[in-house]
Write a protein that binds this ligand. Sequence first.
Ligand SMILES: [Zn+2]
Length: 231
Amino acid sequence: MGRTHKESHRAERIGWLRAAVLGANDGIVSTSSLVVGVAAASALRSEVLIAGVAGLVAGAMSMAAGEYVSVSSQADTEKADLERERTELATDAEFELQELASIYVERGLDPALAKEVAAQLMVHDALGAHARDELGFSESTVARPVQAALASAASFTAGAALPLVVVLLAPESSLVIAVSVISLIFLAVLGVLAARAGGAPALRAAVRVTFWGALAMALTAGIGALFGTVV
Ligand SMILES: [Zn+2]
């Protein structure tokens, strides 16, 4: 059964939502762990805040850089594929016509109609037809490195800002507990959101993400407390 236009938009939205939730997840886990570790070393609120903001900026930049590099290499591959296709179309149009027609036959068209459709599409936009139906490129999946990097940095920053707001508002003496508890609640909510968006069981997703978040915070709090006594 072909996918409806509405469904493909939903799938696209889910893709973006999942990426945003994962980015925010990273932001919460890495920044709250950092903050809890520094606070456990009995630092002052201002010191915890400086460490947290530095962690936010460092994390957002590394996410953006990583995303930019990986999506750029995807863009390079797509560009190289298109160039190769353009050359093949210029050097062997007859073979390319057969190739496209056979793709349509596989999709259920009878051979005569498939050849006619392929011929008309190649007259209209040969490279576009091959990019879409042979290489599987579509407008929504084209690699956009800058957009992906910005989206990744933004979602990380949104996640990382949450524990920092708690650092600003909670009593200095209970920063470790306040940041831990509230960050775990945020993680659980994000876990449920991501699961709902993907149609997966919400509880399992929430437990999974809070477990790893709690483990990360417990480890850094332990190390922070240890350093706090030693240094
Ligand atoms: Zn081709």
